[in-house]
Design a protein around this ligand. Structure first.
Ligand code: NAD
Length: 488
């Protein structure tokens, strides 16, 4: 059984599956060790779910679609979902500690973003579900047509490691609000907060079998994706994994919602408020060690302010402290794993080979005997076909390029397979509106970044995703409409 009590010495927890309201080990007994990326100490073990655990979780989730959960009045369901958010806030410190231990991100960030927003996801969808309607049409005096909303069914929620609880709850809250049952697969890299979340769901009054977790690697996710009794998969992760899930899900024609990778541009015109731009660009470049799908890693700056921009951003970056995630003044913590650390470092080697100049950074951070720390890095001088410009690095690494015209910058910005988000900086609102409409991404922020309202459509175009999450868009994925026609 997992002990969810976080000890004073910051030891983590063992993670086992949660099926039908019980914490259970794998039948095979197979586990792996979960390292703390900031210290390389072992936080605990994680059970590896096989076909048996996935079959069991799907079977109980299918049964739980009927009975207490289906019969629960929407007001009561809303109260249960709100209570999950309340309990997350009650266990805020513990969850934030676990999240930082697992990911290497600064504790202040886990507290102010990950855990707060996780609670907010439940509070938002608890309210939202009580307001959701459907369509009704009166066809002259011939008929009335109306739609009734039903849950999608058993939904698999497959999650990445960068914002573990925040992104898991961004799927779980609407899935529950729409009356589904779920099988969750947290990332093998960051399994701890998901393990605590199921305990919270139970305490909040979610009936057994409605929320299930099976831990493991990609094979466990694949077993969920290909399962004939799973009706939909909501996945956030790498684009290449999305294609594997799509293939695995095809024979059973599942509903799919994909939030995938990004290589997001920041476009900065010479008339932008530069103080504000620099302040926000530091965040959009390096927050969460650059491990946010929305981070702006391709920065395009209009030539008249290019030199000043590079100089000021570099100076600000120099002030950033790379350090222990549990120290209050740390800006950049540890990369999430040894594997990811090596991947990011390999891109720094590629940048050198491709003729890039490091304005700052470009290597592992010094002064650490253990842990996976990388210096915040600004690169200039790379061509548009460079791998560092085209491929998602997902670390504290940005590339800056000068531009002369709107047409030229739009061509470069759109010259990528990705299409998640963009951040556009100008005080000319006609231009802002014109350029924003021509950027091939699902989201464009003007004079800001990562400013979210949970009612708005969230998601990517091209290889950055399929479908949208948020408000009604989440409900569309997590519910099915049946149209009923009455002849008059
Ligand atoms: P990943 O694709 O490696 O893993 C995500 C999850 O998929 C994990 O739980 C993993 O075990 C599982 N998985 C792996 N192979 C699978 C398979 N064949 N079938 C089913 N499941 C499988 O992604 P990651 O490295 O954990 O996360 C980083 C990626 O996530 C980045 O590309 C980032 O841009 C993306 N991301 C996107 C968004 C968004 O909203 N668009 C948000 C956060 C992260």
């Amino acid at each position: 059984m997992p002990s969810t009590e976080v000890k004073k010495d910051r030891v983590g927890i063992d993670c086992v599956h949660y099926i039908n309201g019980e914490y259970v080990h794998s039948k095979s007994g197979e586990t792996f060790e979960n390292p703390n990326p900031a210290t390389e100490e072992i936080l605990g073990t994680v059970a590896v779910g096989g076909k048996e655990e996935v079959d069991e979780a799907v079977s109980v989730a299918r049964k739980a679609l009927k009975g207490e959960w289906a019969d629960m009045p929407s007001r009561k369901r809303s109260n249960v979902i709100r209570k999950i958010g309340d309990l997350i806030l009650e266990r805020h410190e513990e969850l934030a500690t676990l999240e930082s231990l697992d990911t290497g991100k600064p504790l202040w960030l886990s507290k102010s973003v990950d855990i707060d927003r996780a609670a907010n996801n439940f509070h938002f969808f608890a309210d939202y579900l009580t307001t959701v309607g459907t369509e009704t049409y009166q066809q002259d005096d011939k008929a009335i047509h109306y739609a009734v909303r039903k849950p999608t069914g058993v939904v698999g929620l497959i999650n990445p490691w960068n914002l573990p609880l925040f992104l898991l709850t961004w799927k779980l809250a609407p899935a529950l609000a729409a009356g589904n049952t779920v099988v969750m697969k947290p990332s093998e890299v960051t399994p701890m907060t998901a393990t605590v979340l199921t305990e919270i769901c139970k305490e909040a009054g979610v009936p057994d079998g409605v929320v299930n977790t099976v831990h493991g690697f990609g094979e466990t996710g694949a077993a969920i994706s290909s399962h004939e009794d799973v009706d939909g998969i909501a996945f956030t992760g790498e684009t290449v994994t999305g294609t594997a899930i799509m293939k695995a899900a095809a024979p059973t024609l599942k509903k799919l919602s994909f939030e995938l990778g990004g290589k997001n541009p920041n476009i900065i015109f010479a008339d932008a408020d530069l103080d504000d731009t620099i302040e926000t660009t530091i965040k959009s470049s390096f927050i969460n060690q650059g491990e946010v799908c929305l981070c702006g890693s391709r920065i395009y700056v209009e030539r008249p302010i290019y030199d000043e921009f590079v100089e000021r951003l570099t100076a600000k970056t120099k002030e950033m402290k790379v350090g222990d995630p549990f120290e209050a003044d740390t800006n950049v913590g540890a990369m999430v794993s040894e594997e990811h650390y090596n991947k990011v470092l390999s891109y720094l080697d590629i940048a050198k080979e491709e003729g890039g100049t490091f304005e700052i950074g470009g290597k592992a951070a010094e002064g650490f005997d253990k842990g996976y720390y990388i210096e915040p890095t600004i690169i200039t001088g790379l061509g548009k076909d460079s791998r560092c410009v085209q491929e998602e690095i997902f670390g504290p690494v940005v590339n800056i390029v000068p531009f002369d015209t709107e047409e030229e910058v739009l061509e470069q910005v759109n010259d990528t397979h990705y299409g998640l988000s963009a951040s556009l900086w100008t005080t000319d609102f006609k231009r802002a509106h014109r350029v924003a409409g021509k950027i091939e991404t699902g989201m464009v922020w003007i004079n800001t970044w990562f400013l979210r309202d949970l009612r708005t459509p969230f998601g990517g175009t091209k290889h950055s995703g399929i479908g949208r999450e948020g408000g009604m868009h989440s409900f569309e994925f997590y519910s099915e409409l049946t149209n009923i026609t009455i002849k008059l």
